[in-house]
Write a new protein. Structure first.
Lengths: 113, 111
């Protein structure tokens, strides 16, 4: 099945640094979503983007829906230790009444205090 | 996890046994999506159900897997005659205003 191209696959940063990650696809999506997953837990929604070109912030997080509708990026500013986890992008399109999500492989973030 | 309940959280089965995974979506919601996550991978769509209807099962393996969402009670993902390759985390998601909210998952281990 289709999977999004998410990069980088992992990052090791110092507390206080900023981090960026992005997702690309060969297909168009109506919605882009960014989730964070902690070990042993389900993905938790961070940001949802509904319009091409949209730039949305949620605290220290900023995400953009690419103008071509085939890509998105997420920035985390001034990282803190609790930012550690795996970040997933997901694209959503409506097909036959289904709003199923297509996920990237995830970006594992490590923050050194 | 926004009120989406899944149980059990961990399930161990021997090869050939049956696994039943349950999901209760957010209160008042009647749409459930099931996803599977293999180690070091992203989630992959399996099936989308509304109450008493399967809307999209394009991600379900053709054999041994089935899903239902009865009028009363939780959604059930059923895996018959489990094999080691079925070991994974299974998540359900409740759909609300264009966004999916995930449960904590069931981690299935097949011995």
């Amino acid at each position: 099945g289709q999977q999004l191209n998410q990069s980088p696959q992992s990052m090791f940063i110092q507390e206080g640094e900023d981090v960026s990650m992005n997702c690309t696809s060969s297909s168009i999506f109506n919605t882009w979503l960014w989730y964070k997953q902690d070990p042993g837990e389900g993905p938790v929604l961070l940001i949802a983007l509904y319009k091409a070109g949209e730039l949305t912030s949620n605290g220290r997080l900023t995400a953009q829906f690419g103008i071509t509708r085939k890509d998105s990026f997420l920035n985390i500013s001034a990282s803190i230790p609790s930012d550690v986890g795996i970040y997933f992008c997901a694209g959503q399109r409506t097909q036959g009444g289904s709003e199923k999500l297509v996920f990237g492989k995830g970006m594992k973030l490590t923050v050194n205090p | 996890n926004a009120g989406v309940m899944q149980n059990p959280r961990h399930l161990v089965r021997r090869r050939g046994q049956e696994a039943r995974l349950r999901c209760s979506p957010m209160k008042g919601h009647s749409h459930v999506y099931w996803y599977r996550q293999l180690p070091e991978e992203g989630l992959k769509f399996m099936v989308y159900l509304q109450k008493e209807n399967i809307i999209d099962e394009s991600g379900m393996p053709k054999e041994r897997f089935s899903a239902e969402f009865p009028k009363e009670g939780p959604s059930i993902l059923r895996i018959q005659q489990v094999v080691r390759g079925d070991s994974a985390a299974y998540f359900c998601a409740s759909w609300k205003t264009d966004t999916q909210y995930f449960g904590p998952g069931t981690r299935l281990t097949v011995l």
